[in-house]
Design a protein around this ligand. Structure first.
Ligand code: 1HN
Length: 371
């Protein structure tokens, strides 16, 4: 993230706990600047707010606009070594032009033309794909070709070689999510090139990963050790859809399971631990019945939502937007979020919550209840 603190320039200000502005004080402050020192008394308001006041802003990106620009990129910009991916990142308006949807999360629209290969590489950043429309691309993760279709949620955990190949005669677009900003700001990034083209252009309906791991409630006995990321390469829409439909049907029959009235949600999970799919990223799918308004909720850590189906209204902080298929919403830390729909609404959500849970810094507040 672009720092808001450089270069060191100190100004004497009036106020409680502030020293008398004099020429000696000015001289003292120039001395601090010279030695690259910053006294706490000039900074405490920004550094220690009573509750989180992030630089990132609530924002909505329109999928139709992104799609149009991605299509133009498909005509003008080659995909290959160097750029690696025809991916166009969302830049939060509060983060100084950095390609970050939030201080920890990268979100991008990626576009691949027929027969194109996005070259093979690996990095320590954790990545996923979510498909709001289309099909025809196979992402090959450690040599295992994984089909991508509407509604599927696909994983590329850190340090797995991966490339993409479009086998269809139409272009394909999807959402990429990664923990790039977190990894960049903590200086923990490693990157390595693999082959220029994807070695396996086969098009299996199900990946080897799914055949081994994606049977409900069943795990292979020979794979007993927990892994930090989920071994499931693809969570298929038919399963996600059925889980959400069953939650709402059970609610109608008077049984528990939903988050709140009219609001079903599932979390994609790592079958070896029961926890989140990757160490830095949580992913969920939410379904609101027609004529539902959620409770207003805020939590520590940031998230990005994408409308999968339906229309509605989203309120984040003091901003409000009408939203429709594909639209992307950045929700900064501790900003209250409310969703409303008359038509019914399906939304994909990803967040950095696992980081804060590990640090015991997670906190959630739902309207009308204490933090
Ligand atoms: C990457 O590897 C992908 O694999 C997408 O599709 C976006 C952004 C920065 C660095 C690597 C992908 C990326 C990326």
């Amino acid at each position: 993230m672009t720092s808001t603190f450089s270069p060191v320039t100190l100004r004497a200000t009036a106020g409680p706990g502030q020293p008398e502005p004099t020429s000696q004080l000015d001289e003292l402050y120039r001395g601090f600047e010279q030695e690259l020192l910053v006294p706490l008394w000039t900074e405490i308001g920004d550094l220690m707010p009573a509750s989180p006041s992030p630089a990132a802003q609530p924002h909505v990106w329109r999928w139709q606009n992104l799609l149009h620009l991605a299509q133009r990129s498909g005509e003008l910009v080659p995909v290959g070594r160097g750029g690696e991916r025809r991916a166009i990142a969302l830049a939060n308006p509060g983060l100084g032009g950095a390609p970050y949807a939030t201080p920890t999360l990268w979100a991008a629209i990626q576009y691949l033309n027929p027969s194109e290969d996005a070259p093979v590489h690996r990095h320590t950043q954790h990545a996923f794909r979510f498909v709001v429309d289309g099909e025809g691309v196979w992402t090959v993760v450690n040599g295992d070709p994984v089909a991508m279709r509407r509604g599927d949620f696909l994983l590329t955990p850190g340090w797995n070689f991966h490339g993409h190949h479009n086998q269809a005669d139409t272009p394909m677009t999807w959402l990429d999510g990664l923990d790039i900003p977190f990894v960049h700001q903590t200086g923990s990034a490693f990157f390595e090139l693999g082959p220029d083209v994807v070695s396996d252009h086969s098009t299996p309906d199900r990946s080897r990963s799914e055949r081994l791991w994606a049977h409900p409630g069943l795990r292979p006995v020979a794979q007993a050790d927990p892994t930090p990321s989920s071994p499931i390469a693809a969570y298929r829409w038919e399963h996600t859809d059925a889980a959400l439909a069953d939650q709402l049907a059970l609610e109608s029959e008077g049984h528990p399971g939903v988050v709140e009235p009219g609001h079903a949600a599932i979390r994609f999970s790592n079958p070896t631990t029961g926890g989140d799919v990757m160490p830095t990223i949580r992913a969920e799918m939410h379904r609101l019945r027609a004529d539902t308004t959620t409770a207003t909720r805020r939590e520590v850590g940031s998230s990005v939502w994408q409308v999968f189906d339906g229309t509605g209204t989203v309120r984040v902080g003091d901003r409000e937007w009408e939203i429709t298929r594909g639209d992307l919403i950045a929700v900064p830390s501790w900003q209250p979020l409310t969703l409303t729909t008359t038509s019914g609404l399906d939304l994909f959500r990803f967040s950095d919550t696992p980081i804060f849970e590990r640090l015991n810094a997670d906190r959630v507040q739902v309207e009308g209840t204490p933090a």
